[in-house]
Design a protein. Structure first.
Length: 336
């Protein structure tokens, strides 16, 4: 569920905040419809029906916080938890009156930070959160259900800044399909990220030969002819990639590589690339998705396991040119 907007003006007098009540689910849906009609013009009618059905189920079971007027009528609601703001919607008749801001302040009083997600096409909402001091932290080409509605991820790390003008947005991470023109860039990025991750396992000349054999520019020209490669960029600089294509088994897709530049670790780039890859039509139509992960690469294993991949075996041990056994890859599969 994504987010509505409000202005930073003074809130209506008599507004107070309280928990929602079970019998108010119908009123919550009215607020949601009003808000979405005012701000989400980009949603396709057929998608709206599905989203509305899911929203009704959500509102019937969620613990919400509502802003009410002097007559105790809900005018807006939000859903939030530790470190996150999951939903915020304001009745269209009461937008621009500071109610959304009051709800954000209420949530922030109970958290050291707040993460939220905003439809990128909802420019009003983006401006609302920027006015309160939220900063962009990431981007996804689709929503959580794989629909073609881009998402901007944002974070607030201090109390809302109520009076200053909108902050300039931080550069977003964008993810797009790589082309032959990106082969040289991919070669340099792949060599650097592999060396950062596994370089200590090789002798220097052995590493150089391995990289030349697997991720040289010539190799990337070959890969791009039959695989799909998504390239993550920030400020126009390539910072990560994921390569996937048809597997050996019928109906299977194999993720061959997913790497992020070491300087960009910890901000969710790997997760964003995996989400985007899994939303690809070829991957969604596959019966299984396979990936091989180095046995001691625990961070990568946790990433895939969060998305439902399960350990299904091991590959033959890797033997160096000197005859040393360096370890092995584990096979993880996601079954649709």
């Amino acid at each position: 569920m994504q987010f509505e907007t409000s202005s930073s003006g003074a809130a209506e007098p008599g507004i107070r905040i309280r928990p929602s009540r079970l019998e108010e689910a119908g009123r919550m849906l009215e607020i949601w419809r009003s808000s979405v009609a005012a701000t989400h013009h980009f949603v396709r009618p057929d998608d709206f029906e599905t989203i509305e059905r899911d929203t009704l189920h959500y509102l019937s079971n969620a613990e919400l916080t509502v802003a009410v007027d002097e007559a105790d009528m809900p005018l807006a609601f939000m859903s939030f938890g530790p470190g996150r703001l999951d939903a915020l919607f304001v009745d269209a008749a009461h937008r621009g009156k500071g109610i959304g801001r009051l709800l954000v302040i209420h949530a922030m009083e109970q958290n050291a930070f707040l993460d939220t997600e905003v439809n990128t096409d909802n420019e009003q909402a983006l401006q609302f959160y920027r006015r309160l001091g939220f900063e962009e932290t990431g981007y996804s080409a689709t929503d959580d259900d794989g629909r073609p509605y881009p998402i901007t991820r944002m974070r607030l790390t201090s109390g809302p800044t109520l009076d200053k003008p909108p902050a300039a947005p931080r550069p977003l991470v964008t993810i797009g399909r790589a082309t032959l023109e990106d082969a040289e860039d991919l070669g340099a990025l792949a060599a650097r990220t592999y060396a950062d991750t596994f370089g200590a396992e090789f002798m220097p000349d052995e590493l150089e030969r391995y990289l030349d054999d697997t991720v040289s520019v010539v190799r990337w020209v070959e890969y791009l002819a039959h695989d799909r490669v998504l390239l993550a960029r920030r400020d126009g600089v390539s910072i990560g990639f994921v390569q996937f294509g048809p597997g050996e088994a019928a109906g299977e897709v194999t993720i061959h590589r997913l790497y992020v530049d070491r300087s960009m670790h910890g901000i969710g780039v790997g997760t964003e690339m995996l989400v985007t890859a899994l939303a690809d039509e070829m991957v969604r139509q596959a019966t299984t998705v396979r990936v091989e992960v180095w046995e001691n690469n625990h961070g990568a294993r946790r990433l895939y396991e969060r998305f439902g991949f399960r350990h299904e075996g091991e590959m033959e041990p890797f033997v160096s040119e000197t005859g040393d056994i360096k370890g092995y890859d584990v096979v993880l599969r996601l079954r649709h």
